[in-house]
Design a protein around this ligand. Structure first.
Ligand SMILES: [Zn+2]
Length: 549
């Protein structure tokens, strides 16, 4: 059990950190015995545990007692055995005796020290991991660090310390039993059909990119001549499409169902035709308005729902206005007859008040927190999380958007480069768990994009890795149940533990959970490079387990 002495760190950040870590913990209570004590900005003397972690950039009495000097540093990276970790808040490096466990990337000075003092093992960290989590989940990290799953690395570093210095660690990892990871395939429906775009900027953009853009791409050797020929044919067939004599070039819903056969996905639809909404400055970006009318798409919505697809809101103004959020929610509820609705904003518009507005309106989840121009972890995580201060709304972060990979103004990757860029995200979700959330727009399989090969390749790779393909609502529900689950551990003497798992209202249609039991080394970080050994025990309901460590 971890005990936390919090000083002036707000509870919400600590609570959320341990919702993501999901290991037994509590705020320190006098008279209780803890395996690990985490002290944030408070004195750590007079306490005992297998390990005491002392966090913070400011000088503490602990530092004076142990002859540690602090040197304040600006935002930068610290390096662990397992990789680089950006620290966004205040941090310090140290001078003094002790074994360095973290280094400042620029100065090589220790950012973490292991100190043995009066029979007690301490780890002194020069930053506060809970404040880091708060920053990441509320402000997000800059695109330059997008590929780093920072939240997962903070948890992993703490896990490593506990396994190294304590006799055991139990947790409920963010991975469903029977699968290696979770994936949400999603589609923002921005266009539906090119028939809706006669003589507008979307049509002229299509003509330019299909005729000239694709020729340039072929000349650069990035796509085959067949790619350009397909696009030119699509342009030639356009008059027939407008006359209703040929299939609509952009209507690829059936193709998505075919590619995703046996799987599932989520489609986000825009609620109102011709409404661009407002941006942060109050402007009305006319290109943002949808040219399709949701009320005329009943057969399509029925078809998708009949194939077990989820329909969510592709929000216009729901991110900035309570009444608009209610109205947009109502439109999707009426169109789908669903009672539980999730949302992703068109163009990923979002503001500081958005979580509270969406929470209040009654959305179950949001899936807007991602980047338009790169792929990766805006909130530093692949886990479903809760914004501090909201009541129930969960955030399913977005990691991969097709337009970010391929648009010339964004990453501008070739097909091969896109595959290489996706590989680390697949590795991370396998290593740390969480959800890989992918957005392939409704028209991205069609000319002039023809990005189907990358999408099919990604799905095949995820299938080979035994991923759980879930709708957004299913993934969020699974994580919601994990949040509601609690574990308590009672040492039984000797090498056995009694683990009490409490799972309220478990939905049996979702995958089970697993209890992960690490055998601790109690031998220090000397063996930190060795793979940690653990046992997984699947469970799907409340129970009591007696396990050996
Ligand atoms: Zn959109």
């Amino acid at each position: 059990m971890i005990g936390v002495l919090r000083g002036n760190v707000e509870c919400a950040a600590i609570d959320e950190f341990f919702q993501l870590f999901k290991t037994p913990w509590e705020y320190y209570r006098a008279g209780m015995s803890y395996d690990v004590l985490v002290c944030c900005g408070v004195t750590s003397s007079g306490y005992s545990a297998d390990l005491i972690i002392v966090c913070g950039d400011e000088r503490l009495s602990f530092d004076d007692e142990n002859g540690i000097m602090l040197r304040p540093q600006s935002t930068g990276f610290v390096c662990t055995d397992r990789g680089r970790l950006p620290v966004y808040g205040a941090r310090s490096t140290f001078a003094g005796s002790g074994i360095p466990v973290l280094h400042d990337e620029t100065t090589s000075e220790p950012s973490g020290l292991i100190i043995a003092s009066k029979g007690q093992t301490y780890v002194r960290l020069g930053y506060d991991p809970f404040q880091e989590i708060r920053y990441l989940l509320t402000q997000g990290q800059p695109a330059v660090n997008a590929t780093i799953p920072v939240v997962e690395l903070h948890i992993d570093f703490l896990r490593d310390l506990i396994v190294s210095y304590c006799s055991y660690l139990v947790e409920i990892p963010p991975v469903p039993a029977g699968f290696t990871c979770t994936v949400c395939l999603t589609h923002d429906v921005d266009h539906v059909a090119i028939r809706n775009h006669k003589g507008d900027h979307s049509m002229f953009g299509f003509l330019y990119r299909a005729l000239i853009g694709s020729a340039l791409i072929v000349c650069r050797g990035r796509r085959s001549l067949k790619y350009a020929a397909t696009n030119w044919l699509a342009v030639l067939s356009l008059p027939l499409v407008y006359l209703g004599l040929a299939r609509d070039t952009w209507d690829r819903f059936e193709r998505y169902l075919e590619i995703e056969k046996g799987l599932t996905s989520t489609f986000f639809f825009i609620p109102t035709k011709g409404d661009p909404g407002k941006d942060k400055e109050g402007g009305k970006p006319f290109k943002r308005a949808a040219a399709y009318d949701l009320s005329k798409l009943t057969p399509l919505l029925r078809r998708l729902l009949g194939e077990d697809r989820e329909i969510g809101l592709h929000g216009i103004d729901a991110w900035r206005d309570e009444n608009k959020a209610q109205a947009e929610l109502h439109r999707i509820k009426s169109a789908t007859a669903a009672t539980a609705i999730g949302v992703r904003m068109h163009w990923l518009f979002f503001g500081e008040r958005s979580p509270a507005i969406l929470d209040e309106a009654g959305f179950i989840y949001d899936s807007t927190v991602g980047y338009n121009d790169v792929i990766g972890y805006r909130a530093g995580t692949a886990q479903v999380y809760k914004f501090p201060g909201v009541d129930h709304l969960l955030e399913l972060p977005l990691h991969v958007m097709d337009t970010a990979l391929f648009f010339p103004a964004h990453m501008n990757l070739s097909l091969e480069e896109a595959e290489a860029a996706l590989a680390p995200l697949l590795e991370n979700v396998n290593r740390f768990g969480g959800v890989l959330t992918v957005n392939w727009h409704d028209r991205s399989l069609a000319p002039e994009r023809l990005w189907d090969g990358t999408y099919i390749g990604l799905i095949e790779e995820l299938k080979n890795r035994d991923a759980w393909f879930a709708t957004c609502m299913q993934a969020v529900s699974w994580f919601g149940q994990r949040r509601a689950t609690s574990i308590a551990v009672t040492p039984q003497g000797g090498d056995t533990l009694c683990v009490t798992i409490s799972v309220p209202d478990c939905d049996r249609t979702l995958p089970a959970f697993r209890l992960r039991l690490y055998k601790g080394r109690k031998a220090g970080l000397a063996q930190a490079g060795v793979d940690r050994q653990y046992t997984d025990i699947p469970f799907d309901s409340s129970r009591e387990l007696v396990v050996a460590v």
